[in-house]
Design a protein around this ligand. Sequence first.
Ligand code: 6R9
Length: 692
Amino acid sequence: SSDHLRHVESMAQLPSGAGKISHLNAVILGETLASEENDLVFPSQDFSRQALVSSPEQYRKMYERSIQDPAGFWSEIASQFYWKEKWDPEVYNENIDVRKGTVKFEWFKGASTNISYNALDRNIEAGNGGKVAIYWEGNEPGDDEQLTYAELLEKVCQLANYLKHVGVRKGAAVVIYLPMLMELLISMLACARIGAVHSVVFAGFSAESLAQRIIDCKPKVVITCNAVRRGPKAIHLKDIVDSAINESVKSGVPVGLCLTFENQSAMKREDTKWQEGRDVWWQDVVPQFPTKCAVEWVDAEDPLFLLYTSGSTGKPKGVLHTTGGYMVYTATTFKYAFDHKPSDIYWCTADCGWITGHSYVTYGPLLNGATVVVFEGAPNYPNSGRCWDIVDKYKVTLFYTAPTLVRSLMREGDEYVTRYHRKSLRVLGSVGEPINPSAWRWFYNVVGDSRCPISDTWWQTETGGFMITPLPGAWPQKPGSATFPFFGVQPVIVDEKGNEIEGECSGYLCIKKSWPGAFRTLYGDHERYQTTYFKPFAGYYFTGDGCSRDKDGYFWLTGRVDDVINVSGHRIGTAEVESALVSHPHCAEAAVVGVEHEIKGQSIYAFVSLVEGVSYSEGIRKSLILAVRNQIGAFAAPDKIHWAPALPKTRSGKIMRRILRKIASGQLDELGDTSTLADPNVVDQLIALSDC
Ligand code: 6R9
């Protein structure tokens, strides 16, 4: 219709839309899109008409306002939440420039609020107490439960009261090591209710990694469960926690209380190893506490949680998020990037052990009064159709996942998808790594029946919420591009010297001004915070990502430019894997690089030199991999161990990873200049050993 055409044309004007008409025709005629990267994919007219932001013009207006008047923009949004005390007239202050002194971001300073109150009580008071907050789907199909907002609040209050009873006070740390049970969200919200600082550790981390985090943040309580089933496997989490606590006791960090949820479908209490005096069954104590618990009002800048993440060097970093800005930011980004409406059913496949689970399973959705699906199991169990089975079962409208899952399901064939209806779906989302255009198209055409816009959300643990993301009703999309910045975000691309570059270009992605959801420090190490993020390009926050911008202004993230590897959307520092490898008594030296992987995005490739007198064998290979599994977790295990009699080093002893990356990916004709190596023969030796 001509109406449709006008609509489509108005979109095409932004970004500079001339020359796009052939693509428009393709969309209007329902033809399959050609496979060039620069195709525009438009939201349907019906979608845009009902969307919160329905045109590029509307986006532009809101975006410009957010940049010109951040204080006005964010304080208006913040006013939709409950604040016990309003902020000082000043909405925010920042110093992002290390050259001007200590880097510091503050939002809504002087205000007091509570995020748990805003997510639960506020929604209940608005009449939504009977609305389902959580649909929980167990590992086994047919095993499910649900909680309304009112029921969730009661459970949160009981745990909050228990935690207070055992002496957890405002500001105290609580470590949570739980799989995707409702109790994980309950634990986060209970901590927040009493002002305790939660640190969720992904339940795939090993005992040593858990111990390292416990030793760093010294929790009063560790919350866990006895075991979990994922797919056909049972994992005994309590055993892992036991060894982690033993380890931390040895380091002088005793943990007095381990609150353990009995996950009956995975393991009976009789079979669980138990330490009297320290271990307490959740079911024995928590239900006895009152279902009402007064809120602890906290300052907007009081810490909400710590989440450890990998960097390019050294130990994992404790990323610290505070309360007020994070609350406003996660709620707002969730609402706009998914075009959330009260009737939506939202499912994010991420685990709460990662930032995506914090911001977009728990806080962002619940702050919006959303209904959230929480899934305990594995997406390919009992078969590769499980996700769509769940989508149909709960009539999921917003589905948010990672490219690695999209690629692995794509490989299993369309039939697993098409045998389900999926008619409920409205918006799809992607996060964790760049989504390659072919996976994007499959997600769009097959999963979403060419009907659902895809929000490819670029962000990080550090940013708290989405930074560059489509608003699904506003923009024509380009498969593989995260499109444009969210409100209030000023991304810039800089060159090697830190000069901003304009227009069509590639370089390093930085952010120019503070935003409410930004992390405030690295726990206990503000110096490292400044050095890692604010010194590489003085005057900016450095993301660690490479990025290009096309002629239409779309942003294309190209992956990490530092020594961080992204395996299936999980961040892993090469230094952490190397340190696990060299802890093996037979390993003399190790160098780890990421190589492209069809499903996982990247996989871990390790070059290992053994100590004198030991020769390479299958047994040693296995035990090296085991060392990484034990120290970090199974998800960080190298796919390949490449035996290296020596590593290529410069004369000053620096390992030349550039060369190792080329060898690992088989690009032997692109080794470049090897003349600066202390011993250029090393390279030939390594190539000769490639297939061992
Ligand atoms: C949310 C999350 C952050 C790193 C980030 C980047 C990569 C995440 C992306 C993406 C391209 C996207 N990344 N989302 N790259 N497009 N939509 O994943 O946080 O675990 O801290 O990882 O992930 O490289 O720097 P985190």
